[in-house]
Design a protein around this ligand. Structure first.
Ligand code: C2E
Ligand code: CA
Ligand code: CA
Ligand code: CA
Length: 273
């Protein structure tokens, strides 16, 4: 007769094995895709609620996988980080997005940055991307997350200070999901808070509490930060946020992430200058 241990082993090994294999396959495919420049950028409009016009876009990575269709960046960014390709990939995103947005008059650009990119090389890479694209620094915002500030490493601080000194803006992404203290936020050269979509979706229908969002907006304004709301999915949410003084809004109601050609078309209909 088999022991319980062996039994358990036989039952669970194939499952663990297939999960590990799937991870490995994903990592291998991603490595190939990054080397072969198979990833794409889509751009999602960001609207200035004071004018009602598109005044910027956020660049969002897309990976068209031959078998699986588009794989979510929430799934492959952690893999890119763990196999050490996020530096190359992040620099490609920066350069590609700066070049594209330089063709759209007056439009601002927001780019997501992985914590692993926050090192001594980043300020130079940002400068080079801007210079090569002919994009002025004040049109670029880098989006970082609360956890990057929470660690409070001197290297991260130096990196962000150098980037901000060049005139590039910094936004704290997914605000409200981490736990950054206000005093710590103030000690970094941050320009903007981006309220996480989990607080915005359902705002107009009572599924999310307007008082909470109103509080975050007031708090941000109290320390001279502007506010972007993401996940704006209805006109009710948009109007509420606008009335609360939220300067910028982004979400499916205002425009989904789309290929650059679609932004071209959008700007022909609604010129920004
Ligand atoms: P994020 O930076 O918080 O980006 C916003 C996400 O919300 C995007 O998901 C966007 O498509 C989605 N979204 C926008 N409007 C709405 C809405 O109205 N409702 C809902 N439910 N969702 C909305 P996406 O494109 O799947 O990206 C997921 C995450 O992957 C991003 O979250 C970001 O953390 C990461 N990511 C994407 N591109 C890059 C990149 O170039 N570099 C790095 N490091 N991370 C990236
Ligand atoms: Ca973002
Ligand atoms: Ca976000
Ligand atoms: Ca997010």
């Amino acid at each position: 007769a088999k022991g319980a241990g062996k039994d358990r082993h036989e039952r669970f090994e194939p499952i663990m094995h297939s999960a590990a294999l799937a991870r490995l396959e994903l990592a291998t495919a991603l490595r190939t895709a990054v080397a072969g420049r198979e990833l794409l950028l889509h751009y999602q409009p960001i609207v200035d609620t004071r004018t009602g016009r598109i005044d910027g876009v956020e660049a969002l990575l897309r990976w068209p996988h031959p078998q699986r269709g588009f794989i979510s960046p929430d799934e492959f960014i952690p893999v890119a980080e763990s196999i050490g390709v996020i530096g190359d990939l992040g620099n490609w995103v920066l350069r590609t997005a700066c070049t594209r947005v330089s063709q759209w008059p007056n439009l601002r650009l927001a780019v997501n940055v992985s914590p692993l990119q926050l090192g001594p090389a980043l300020p130079g890479q940002v400068r080079a991307a801007l210079a090569d694209a002919g994009l002025s620094a004040d049109r670029l915002t880098l989006e970082i997350t609360e956890t990057m500030l929470a660690a409070d490493s001197p290297h991260v601080r130096a990196c962000l200070q150098e980037i901000a000194a060049d005139g590039v803006k910094l936004a704290v992404d997914d605000f409200g999901t981490g736990h950054s203290s206000l005093s710590r936020l103030r000690s970094f050269p941050i320009h903007e808070l981006k309220i996480d979509k989990s607080f915005v979706i359902g705002l107009a229908t009572g599924d999310s509490h307007p008082g909470l969002v109103a509080g975050v907006i007031a708090l941000a304004h109290g320390i001279d930060l502007e506010v972007v709301a993401e996940g704006v999915e209805s006109s009710g949410e948009y109007i509420l946020l606008k009335n609360l003084g939220c300067e910028h809004a982004q979400g499916y109601h205002l425009g989904r992430p789309v290929p650059p050609e679609d932004i071209d078309a959008l700007l022909r209909q609604h010129p920004t200058q």
